[in-house]
Design a binder for this molecule. Structure first.
Ligand SMILES: NC(=O)c1ccc[n+]([C@@H]2O[C@H](COP(=O)([O-])OP(=O)(O)OC[C@H]3O[C@@H](n4cnc5c(N)ncnc54)[C@H](OP(=O)(O)O)[C@@H]3O)[C@@H](O)[C@H]2O)c1
Length: 276
């Protein structure tokens, strides 16, 4: 079992809970073959939720299947299926929704987590139209049109959670498109909380991680990671980047009945790196 930066075991990510507060519910977690999405998929499953584990590239098939196996064996009774789909594409969005309906057995999709995101870095002069489209298609367009397709199947008590980023508020160099597109996720939470609240009984919230130790983070340029180091070292909670296990339980809470009075909010999940 892997260890986090404190030398503590990450075993709790896959251990079953005593109370399966999401039992009988069905969830979609986009981009859940690895990183934060995989952690969220496991967190929802150990609370009892069925999970559609989504990924997009051929190379992640085994990783996604391995998350599915872990879910099936975690002891909570959760079911899971791995679906290769590019959530930017309308037909692939339909595939994800159909998989969730099949998994649920009762035609209900109760939890939708928009986790898949593109975080490539680029200075302003180098931004191309293609780069702009690649990031905004995944970070802005996909959540809108996937949500549109899920809503007709989401009963009252439904939960939508968007994984944004502290970068949306921080002014990090090279994040023109990333920060702006992630800021849209906070706006979605506020607007959709209003549109889907009283009328449909759905809550919508956003989670803003700071830097988290995933492939996505370590794929950044060394220059980017070096620039961020003084900031990471000054993180109030501890001088380190976040772990997946720091983020996933927040999503677990926001997916649960206990979060019923929280909607339209953005939770800062960054050890105090950003205090607003
Ligand atoms: N890591 C950080 O420091 C950090 C900080 C703040 C916010 N975030 C946000 O947290 C989320 C997860 O980040 P991460 O670092 O865990 O990412 P990651 O390690 O790069 O993993 C990305 C996941 O998204 C999937 N994905 C990518 N494009 C997709 C698409 N078009 N359709 C469906 N799935 C797609 C990938 O599938 P494949 O495996 O098939 O490629 C993979 O499962 C992102 O929204 C990111 O912006 C991350």
């Amino acid at each position: 079992m892997t260890q986090n930066h404190n030398g503590r075991s990450n075993a709790s990510m896959v251990e079953p809970r005593k109370v399966y507060d999401l039992a009988g519910l069905t969830s979609i977690v986009t981009g859940s073959s690895r990183g934060i999405g995989a952690g969220i998929a496991l967190e929802l499953a150990r609370r009892g939720a069925n999970v559609v584990v989504n990924y997009t590239s051929d190379k992640s098939k085994n990783a996604a299947e391995s998350i599915v196996s872990t879910i099936k064996g975690c002891g909570s009774g959760a079911r899971a299926i791995a679906i290769q789909a590019n959530v930017v594409l309308p037909d692939d969005q339909k595939k994800v929704v159909e998989a969730a309906l099949e998994l649920s057995g009762d035609e209900a999709i109760n939890i939708l987590v928009h986790n898949a995101g593109n975080g490539d870095d680029c200075y302003l002069p180098e931004i191309t139209e293609d780069f702009y489209s690649m990031q905004t298609d995944l970070n802005v367009k996909a959540p809108i049109f996937l949500t549109q397709k899920v809503i007709p199947h989401m009963p009252r008590g439904g939960r939508i959670i968007l994984i944004s980023s502290c970068s949306a508020r921080m002014g990090v160099a090279q994040h023109t498109v990333y920060a702006a597109s992630k800021a849209s996720n906070e706006s979605f939470a506020r607007v959709w909380a209003t549109e889907l609240g009283q009328s449909k009984g759905i809550t919508v919230n956003c989670v803003n991680p700071g830097p988290v130790a995933t492939d996505g983070y370590f794929d950044s340029t060394q220059e980017f990671i070096d620039d961020l180091k003084p900031l990471v070292d000054s993180t109030p909670a501890e001088a380190r980047v976040g772990e997946v296990r720091d983020i996933a339980p927040i999503v677990g809470f926001l997916a649960s009945e206990e979060s019923r009075w929280v909607t339209g909010s953005t939770v800062s999940a960054c050890g105090g790196l950003l205090l607003f």
